[in-house]
Design a binder for this molecule. Structure first.
Ligand code: NI
Length: 170
């Protein structure tokens, strides 16, 4: 596995609509392994392929299964061609940052629950139900595949003060 460089704005790849993945070949498996390693090294909870300079519809997310429990084990999600299929009407505000936009936080309104459909790394159909922060992470990562970053959606953006809590990077 190889660490990949995380690209930042204004790199135009981050503004491109990423390509649908059609080949589940060894290059894709290598990219996935590298993205998992890069995500853990960052460290972060979500990473989209455009953030490592690959304009492909692929995300990796690693987040505690139950974030209300202190020692909940983390669950790794690799989703190829992810799409939000169903979204709750209810939304909530939350503070986000992004590995591709260092030193900026923003308040973003997101749907509180989503159903994400996509494919596994081998091309099998999968469906994931997510709520709360996990739902937020999926929405943030899928936005990356459409050239959208959190500052586009934020109602307020600021440079975090040193005393501000460190956010999970996405
Ligand atoms: Ni991001």
């Amino acid at each position: 596995m190889t660490l990949r460089e995380i690209i930042t704005l204004p790199n135009p790849i981050l503004r491109r609509k990423a390509r649908t993945v059609t080949l589940f070949d060894s290059d894709l498996q290598t990219l996935i392994e590298d993205m998992i390693e890069t995500l853990r090294d960052a460290p972060g909870v979500g990473l989209a392929a455009p953030q490592v300079g690959k304009s492909d519809r692929l995300i990796v997310v690693e987040y505690p299964e139950d974030d209300e429990l202190e020692d909940s084990p983390k669950k790794l999600y690799v989703v190829v061609n992810p799409e939000v299929k169903e979204a709750s009407e209810e939304t909530e505000m939350g503070i986000e940052g992004c590995l591709s936009i260092p030193n900026l936080h923003g308040e973003v309104e997101r749907t509180i629950a989503v159903i994400v459909k996509g494919q596994t790394r081998r091309g099998q159909a999968i469906k994931i139900k997510a709520q709360g922060w996990l739902a937020r992470i999926f929405q943030h990562e899928i936005d990356h595949l459409n050239g959208i970053v959190f500052t586009d959606r934020a109602t307020k953006v600021w440079k975090p003060a040193p005393e501000e809590p460190v956010l999970d990077n996405v």
